[in-house]
Design a protein around this ligand. Structure first.
Ligand SMILES: [Ca+2]
Length: 138
């Protein structure tokens, strides 16, 4: 677990830094693509969101959400990512949707820095946004 202090502009700057953001999303994609077939299956994407805990925290859904409700939630997330309804999420779809999610988080955070507890995940985009901001200051 690590604590980061983050605000909307930190996240937005990171998303707008296209090469850094794309590289980070690609790294995340690769770590999620467990069977290395170049696309994310429903199960692979679900694992991703379970580990991020972002959804529960951000959409205000309690951790004690019943499993069937979570499955519905993860299905709807998958459908959002799977833009062409091919049944799998490719690299481009993943990048596009992560961008949308990160910008929505940025809007949600606003301009007041908040402390956020992140699970240890070297591919966490929020962690990377915070690291990037910190490296600018130092
Ligand atoms: Ca895969």
């Amino acid at each position: 677990m690590g604590v980061v202090v983050i605000d909307g502009s930190t996240v937005r700057d990171f998303v707008n830094d296209e090469s850094a953001f794309t590289k980070s999303v690609d790294e995340q994609f690769q770590s999620l693509d467990v069977n290395n077939d170049g696309v994310l299956s429903r199960a692979e994407l679900r694992t991703a969101f379970e580990s991020m805990r972002l959804i529960e925290a951000h959409f205000g859904i309690d951790v004690a959400t019943p499993p069937e409700q979570l499955t519905l939630l993860y299905d709807s997330i998958f459908d959002k990512f799977d833009g062409d309804h091919s049944g799998a999420v490719d690299r481009g779809e993943f990048l596009q949707e992560m961008k949308t999610i990160m910008l929505a988080i940025a809007d949600g955070l606003g301009e007041f820095p908040i402390r956020m507890v992140l699970e240890d995940d070297p591919t966490s985009l929020l962690q990377k946004a915070a690291d990037r901001e910190a490296s600018k200051i130092n």
